[in-house]
Design a protein around this ligand. Structure first.
Ligand code: ZN
Length: 316
């Protein structure tokens, strides 16, 4: 049977301030702002996409900055950590950089024979940098973050659940992931295609359910190569009584959503058309892009949005 899921596509989380979110992910972490658009269901809120040079699936971190939203709480049935891959030997650079901007982090620990540090963004979102050898993905590099240490994309996402069995069954039988390792109350799965981007299930971390809000992940998205594969997968999910939405047009990809048995919201997004269909690669992220159905309201939308400044010289 062919593989319908090729690996990770993106992770979407909630933030408070737009500028502070932009500063953290482009200034401190050095990702590229790939797209400024709005939440298609609430066009008075930005939707920022960050990633590598072109926004390859598996490198894309996205945020909805909701200025008025309360902070969420990490807990069960949530994606509690999002981990990025950096080259071996890069953690020293990153610890120095986090220290310089007053961002707390844990000393390096080891998991599955790899070193990692844990830290949080300014809204409390759980993040890691993992020193991962042999990651050949092309990073976005800036003068102040050399390519030799720059973030390559996702290393893994960590889901906190009560039990793992039903989620594992879905991952292995429907989503083309394989079990690859166990460490204490953690089980790791890898895309069958061999692409980088593990999924870890952890079942002893949180006795209580998490609550949504700023500083929490809203959903994680898997990549599928084509709209045809997406429809085949949707049919398979529905046949197994996994309630799945209609295909939704997210402009840069097409999406379906469903909740996995442990309670985490999953999305399956198409690889294409990608971020360069409505502006050239060299200009990605510089201007506010709106979907055609809200373009007529541009002036009113722009008037409501927080003004942002992409000058990151203070992070150089
Ligand atoms: Zn999404």
């Amino acid at each position: 049977m062919s593989t319908l899921i090729t690996g990770m596509h993106h992770v979407t989380a909630m933030a408070s301030g737009a500028q502070s979110n932009l500063d953290f992910y482009t200034g401190v972490l050095g990702l590229r702002l790939l797209k400024q658009t709005v939440n298609f269901d609430a066009p008075d809120v930005y939707h920022f996409y960050y990633g590598n040079e072109v926004g390859d699936p598996g490198t894309i971190m996205t945020f909805f900055p909701f200025a008025q939203m309360a902070r969420g709480r990490k807990g069960r049935s949530q994606t509690v950590r999002t981990s990025f891959s950096v080259p071996e030997g890069a953690l020293e650079f990153w610890m120095e950089r986090l220290r310089r901007f007053g961002i707390g982090f844990t000393q390096p620990e080891e998991r599955f024979n790899e070193q990692f540090i844990y830290f949080e963004d300014w809204d409390g979102l759980g993040l890691e940098l993992v020193a991962h050898a042999g990651d050949t993905r092309q990073p976005f590099s800036r003068p102040f973050i050399p390519e030799s240490v720059a973030i390559r994309g996702f290393h893994h996402v960590e889901l906190s659940e009560r039990v793992y069995e039903a989620t594992e069954e879905l991952l292995v039988n429907m989503l083309d992931y394989d079990f690859v390792g166990e460490s204490g109350a953690r089980r790791r799965y890898a895309p069958r295609t061999g692409s980088t981007g593990f999924l870890d299930l952890v079942w002893d971390a949180h006795p209580d359910f998490g609550s949504g809000g700023t500083g929490t992940v809203h959903h994680i998205a898997f990549d599928t190569a084509s709209e045809e594969d997406q429809l085949i997968l949707r049919e398979r999910l529905l046949r197994r009584k996994v309630f799945t939405t209609q295909v939704l047009d997210r402009q840069y990809f097409k999406s379906i959503y469903f909740r996995e048995p442990g309670g985490v919201l999953f999305e399956v997004a198409t690889s294409g058309p990608g971020f360069a269909w409505d502006e050239p690669v060299a200009a990605l992220g510089q201007e506010l892009k709106l979907p055609p159905w809200v373009e007529a309201q541009r002036a009113a939308i722009e008037a409501q949005l927080e003004q942002i400044n992409q000058d990151m010289t203070k992070y150089a």
